[in-house]
Design a protein around this ligand. Structure first.
Ligand code: ADP
Length: 239
């Protein structure tokens, strides 16, 4: 199958530090893949380059054969890439609805307010916030803020969704809800690359994992195999 997302020889230098060092991997359409590695291994930097928040120092990123690397973040978003952040980013002074409407307008340019509101309601239902549009974003519980952030990402109608520790900080029952939600989005056809430290979630969601350590890719394969790989185990133990 043709690669959907192709990351080739990707490199990022911050001054003298090479945070991402000649990393290559690809995703096929419809996959849900974990990007793993100890803290500081370069995972978020990879997501930042895919989404265009950081320019690449070297290498290329293509989506469906179209080059993303070198494009500004808004062009990459319009090409179908959306992401969530490690720290939830919402507009706290706005209502939940207005948070979603802002994201819809960013994607669609001008659309009728009526259509946008219908779409916002559907997105809220999709993430389990049905009928909650009138609440202030700042009043939401943590998991509901996460749901809202996901709805904002979905407002972009992404082909590729990048999740940066979206499940972090959830309690066990919330975690089950979060895992189901991500699985549902994937079943709907959205390809997902997720950085995640919650290994039960990784095992449940991701048949495949790519592992980084100190900027390099050290493993790529079936999740169960990768997590048993001695080099991966050593990397996590910090040896
Ligand atoms: P991870 O997501 O795996 O924890 P990061 O991608 O956040 O790792 O960081 C990889 C390395 O790059 C770390 O050493 C980090 O300090 C460094 N780094 C990340 N972002 C920046 C930045 N904007 N400027 C300088 N150094 C950075």
């Amino acid at each position: 199958m043709m690669a959907f997302l192709e990351i080739s020889d990707l490199t990022k230098r911050f001054g003298g530090l090479t945070a991402v060092n000649h990393v290559s991997f690809s995703l096929t359409q419809g996959e849900v893949v974990a990007l793993l590695g100890p803290n500081g291994s370069g995972k978020t930097t990879v997501l930042n380059m895919i989404s265009g928040l950081l320019p690449v120092s070297g290498g290329t990123i293509t989506l469906e054969g179209k080059r993303l690397s070198g494009l500004p973040a808004h062009r990459i978003a319009h090409a179908g890439v959306a992401r969530t952040f490690q720290l939830v980013r919402v507009l706290p002074s706005l209502t939940v609805s207005d948070n979603i409407l802002a994201a819809i307008l960013f994607r669609a340019g001008h659309t009728s307010e009526r259509d946008a509101r219908i779409e916002a309601a559907a997105l809220l239902a999709e993430v389990g916030l049905e009928g909650r549009g009138g609440e202030h974003a700042s009043d939401l519980t943590y998991i509901d803020q996460k749901r809202m952030e996901l709805a904002r990402a979905l407002a972009a109608r992404p082909k590729l969704l990048l999740l940066d520790e979206w499940l972090a900080g959830l309690n066990p029952s919330e975690l089950r809800i979060g895992i189901d939600l991500i699985a549902r989005l994937n079943a709907r056809g959205i390809t997902i690359l997720l950085v995640e430290h919650v290994m039960d979630a990784v095992r449940a969601l991701c048949p495949r994992a790519v592992v980084m350590n100190a900027g390099r890719k050290i493993a790529d394969g079936a999740t169960a195999d990768v997590l048993r790989d001695p080099e991966v185990v050593r990397a996590y133990l910090g040896e």
